[in-house]
Write a protein of this length. Structure first.
Length: 548
């Protein structure tokens, strides 16, 4: 059976008020309208007579004629049962019968018409609805009634059945209802069932019917950001089960479906042991680019950005904003770290900025003009006016700051950037002069090493990684001046080069890479051109700048 669960019935009076324009007409047992309700006086010589109850009288009269087999002009033969009807009533209620009786078809002239594709009980239900506007829909007959109503184009009955099925959705019947909606092109019902499956994915994915989903339907479900799973491994295992269910015909579809599994978000151990080692994965070269993307993400963290690196809404993981340190309006420096989860609209508790082992909290060093960056799921901070050589990383699993190897050269007003899975600490001020020193951190060995120095000594500049290169933009070569230079580092050659200059000289700025552009914002001296929003900014693309 399509439907499962408790038995129950609905009358059209229960359904139609939800799906049609208005309530059913009152029954014939109700008293007639008063004369005053039927007329509208236009002037002394005219009245407008509007008898809204006449339609009910006509409906009841036609049904009585049908029951008495009076004035009927067609007989519908269904199985071994015959139904006497009026052509005009059927044509008025159904586009199917209107086409049959109003065009030059043989049925237009035949007294007896054989109806196929529907059983007698269902036909009786539809004819009752046609003559009385009422019908009994149950969990046992809803599929048959919907299919017949769709065939004969009783569109309001189709809507009523769809509403019934939507209310009756559960994990056992939803896939069957989805197939029914797909078969009969009921787009609204199909969308509602797909949303139900997305929201109840964990309860449905192990059902036998789920393995019968068409590939395009499965693709749409797995693509959704709202897919309710606790971990992405559930999605991967669902895909592999679906492919193995009909392996000979579905193996070629694996790359298409796997495209919507967010492999980069899998635990690295699980990815190596369960994904890369899977026999079906290994014999399907078309999926190798997806595997390579996941490997690069595990190596480089947030440098790799795609639809597959975005956490789903309901997974345990989600991207968060962290506001680290800073100062209040009265110039009091704070050690608090504020963490905001925009998806859940909540604030998370995060450990304060760290202290060295020998400090008391009351004597905590001020974290001033330090730099920070994220690598994978960890936050790194370095340097600062009173913490010049310090480097710490925040581990979210234990909610603690962990001190790592000191910088070789202390600094502040510098920047940190992630490139190729390594952390770069660039330039800055050492208390005496702007420096061009660049250090790289290897997380695996917990050590710093020197990279090629900057071409221009700067502090308070903007820096970001973009297309496997590192960009240093603007900054101050001394305490008063700013530069418009753009310095570019290529890790494959360990060399810096100068690129197109900014439209203006600027310092105390920040940069971010988004798609094929680098956006530069800020400048404490407001030298950048203000755009329509009132904010200053500039955009770098194809070795040329444009103002925003």
């Amino acid at each position: 059976m399509l439907m499962a669960g408790q038995r129950g019935t609905w009358t059209m009076g229960d359904v139609v008020e939800k799906s049609l324009e208005g309530p059913l007409a009152p029954s014939t047992d109700e008293p007639s309208q008063k004369k005053g309700d039927l007329v509208e006086i236009l002037n002394g010589d005219k009245v407008k007579f509007d008898d809204t109850g006449l339609s009910l009288i006509l409906q009841n009269g036609l049904d009585t004629l049908r029951v008495e087999n009076a004035l009927t002009d067609v007989i519908l033969c269904v199985d071994i049962q015959e139904f006497s009807c009026h052509r005009v009533v059927l044509a008025a209620a159904s586009n199917y019968f209107r086409a049959m009786f109003c065009n030059d078809l043989k049925e237009k002239y035949e007294k007896r018409i054989i109806i196929k594709g529907v059983d007698a009980e269902t036909m009786h239900t539809l004819l009752d609805y046609t003559y009385t506007s009422k019908a009994l829909i149950t969990k046992q007959n809803v599929q048959r009634v919907l299919e017949a109503a769709n065939l004969f184009q009783f569109l309001r009955m189709v809507d009523a059945c769809a509403s019934f099925l939507t209310e009756a959705l559960n994990p056992e019947n939803c896939v069957g209802i989805l197939r029914l909606a797909d078969t009969h092109s009921l787009d609204s019902l199909k969308k509602q069932v797909q949303n139900y499956i997305i929201q109840n994915f964990v309860q449905i994915l192990n059902s036998e019917e789920f393995l019968e989903l068409p590939v395009d339907t499965l693709y749409h479900i797995l693509k959704s950001d709202d897919l309710y799973v606790t971990e992405e491994a559930q999605v991967f295992e669902t895909v592999m089960s679906w492919v193995r269910h009909k392996q000979s015909e579905r193996l070629c579809l694996l790359p298409y479906v796997l495209e919507n599994v967010r492999l980069p978000l899998l635990d690295p151990w699980y990815f190596v042991e369960m994904v890369e080692a899977d026999p079906l994965i290994r014999q399907c070269p078309e999926v190798f680019p997806l595997l390579q993307e996941a490997r690069m993400y595990h190596l480089s963290g947030n440098e790799i950005i795609s639809e597959r690196t975005k956490p789903r809404m309901h997974e345990f993981q989600s991207e968060v904003f962290m506001i680290i340190g800073g100062c209040t309006k009265d110039e009091r420096f704070v050690a608090e770290v504020t963490c905001l989860d925009p998806l859940r609209r909540s604030r998370l508790e995060v450990a304060k900025l760290p202290m060295t082992e020998h400090e008391l909290e009351s004597e905590n060093k001020k974290w001033v003009e330090f730099a920070c960056v994220t690598l994978k799921n960890e936050v790194y901070i370095s340097g600062g006016k009173e913490t010049q050589h310090d480097v710490w990383k925040y581990n979210s699993s234990i909610n603690k700051w962990i001190q790592i190897e000191y910088l070789n050269i202390g600094r502040w007003r510098h920047k940190m950037v992630v490139l190729g899975g390594k952390v770069y600490v660039i330039g800055g001020f050492d208390g005496l002069q702007r420096i061009n020193n660049v250090e790289t951190y290897d997380p695996f060995h917990n050590c710093w090493s020197e990279a090629a120095p900057l071409l221009v000594h700067v502090s308070s500049f903007a820096a970001t990684s973009h297309k496997k290169k590192l960009y240093v933009i603007g900054g101050g070569p001394n305490g008063k001046l700013a530069t418009d230079k753009t310095q570019c580092y290529d890790p494959s050659t360990n060399k810096w080069s100068l690129k197109s200059s900014m439209p203006v000289e600027a310092k105390c700025i920040n940069a971010v890479s988004f798609r094929d552009r680098i956006y530069v914002v800020g400048d404490i001296q407001s030298r950048l051109t203000a755009g329509p929003s009132g904010r200053a900014g500039s955009c770098y693309r194809n070795e040329a700048y444009c103002k925003h």
